[in-house]
Write a protein that binds this ligand. Structure first.
Ligand code: T46
Length: 135
């Protein structure tokens, strides 16, 4: 953050502060009260989410551990890698959730069924074990 007596400025540069090439930016806003969004994971996609206005809560789940993160500052960026189930909730009426993504929109990259997600995580772990054994 670069601040002076005029206010603050944050610069997000691809492959520097953002750890990937940004292919797409989208934002979620005017979310209705008590709405929950997400309920999916991505196979490959990496993203950075920032509540540039207002606040929301992001529930992240890697298949074995769950974390709840409150996004309530435009100076706070959340990295969400592949293989993470996410649910967004508790949106304030004024929330604008800005997301920078490593790839163009591709519905094939989504896992929208929780049991399928758990099986995907298990398969990935088995692949890693096999790789470690040099198979
Ligand atoms: C994510 C969380 C944080 C597009 O056509 N292009 C896009 O770039 C996106 C993101 C969505 N869409 C379409 C797909 C659906 O028909 O817009 C509709 C709403 O998308 P979805 O229900 O996936 O929205 P969220 O809020 O549940 O999830 C979104 C992103 O899709 C997802 O990648 O990680 O925000």
């Amino acid at each position: 953050m670069i601040g002076d007596d005029r206010g603050s400025l944050i610069a997000l540069e691809a492959n520097r502060l953002i750890p990937f090439d940004i292919q797409r930016v989208y934002y979620i806003y005017s979310t209705k009260i008590n709405v929950e969004r997400g309920f999916h994971a991505h196979r490959e996609l990496q993203q950075i989410a920032i509540a540039v206005n207002g606040a929301c809560t992001m529930l992240l789940d890697d298949g074995s551990e769950k974390k709840e993160i409150k996004l309530n500052s435009c100076a706070q960026a959340l990295y969400i890698g592949p293989g993470i189930w996410r649910v967004m909730r508790e949106f304030t009426a004024d929330c604008v959730l800005l997301v920078m993504a490593s790839h163009y929109y591709d519905e094939k990259d989504y896992i929208r069924d929780y049991n399928e997600f758990l099986n995907w995580v298990k398969d990935k772990k088995n692949e890693e074990v096999d790789f470690d054994r040099g198979w």
